[in-house]
Design a protein. Sequence first.
Length: 419
Amino acid sequence: MKRLLILFFSAFLALASFNLTAFADDEIFAGEQIDYYKNLGLKGTVVNVYNWGEYISDGTEGTMNVVKEFERLTGAKVNYTNYESNENMYSKLAGGGVSYDVIVPSDYMISRLLDEGMLVKLNYDNIPNMKYIDKKYQNLFFDPDQEYTVCYNVGTTVIIYNTKMVDEKPTSWKVLWDEKYKGKVLMFNNSRDSFAIAQAILGQDFNTVDEADWRAAAELLAQQKDKVSPNYVMDEIFNLMESGEYALATYYAGDYVLMSDNNPDLDYCFPEEGVNIFYDAFCIPTCVQNKDGAEAFINFMHEPQVALANAEYIYYATPNTAVINNKDYSLYGNETVYPKEMPKGGYFENLPQNILELQADLWTGVKSGRLSSESASQNRRIYIESAALAAVAVCFVIYKLASNARKNRIQDLSDLYGK
């Protein structure tokens, strides 16, 4: 979900608030911050973090290496691994045999994990930086009692398009079905986001529990498959769109900003039918082995200096007020990341098990082409059946005409011979 561009921090070398270049120097953190992490007793422990790909400032081109800084201050070792979708992350957790201390799922997946008893409550005494989380990003619909999560970022889906290949700014998701862009469309390799696009076009609720709705959305996606190339993508989208070879893509608003830095021919739009608005949040799964380390890592991610480095690197809207109120935060006010008027949209919620299973089966059918083949076969069957019925009807009409003609001839002969 979140492939990131190398950012150039020259504009921030002289930051008054934080010395973001001196990452090996304790001057980046205040004395009390250093003492806090040093005295947590984490030295020699391991913290396993499972996060979206390219979703943290990693030290590229002078940016803060957040993981290394946490390790330096605490003495702990961080095993940092990535996933590319909520569903991939869920499968890994549900499969068992893994041990992660921190995960960063999206809203609807958090609800699913909670419903299935796969998250543990947080001890907010160990996360004092919760004070920096804007109140509007607390007690959200997936964690109404604020017991399991700390919001990390907020975003929306968008259409990204190449102005050299697309004549007019798109206004609808329907452009992704346009024949003129066949083979030049990149689509989410993510069932929930892809279905939401079809659902928006069809005027469905993103969280419908009507199986017919999901089948109709899948049918629409199946009709698009021959427009999508190369198949379905996630983080690969960056290189592909930045190369200028593709006309249209679906992805996340913050990532568009990063892509446009590498290719100024790219632009974006919020489709009129509506977009997905999402929250990503830190959680601790039940397979946790180092809960203290997990809570320390979550807290560290919202240290003002760290949260600023992350926000400037990944280009998503942060809930951290220390960053938003920092006059040197360059992204605040960016219309893509912080639109003055939120686009029409909706949130994903967890779905009943029967719908989740149906969605998974339909998505497999769409991607494999099986659904398209079944639809084509069904259409052929309907055509053959219709043709057969028409033939029967024609034969019946001919029979009736012939029968009437025979009766008329017999009547004529009777009249002729006086019988």
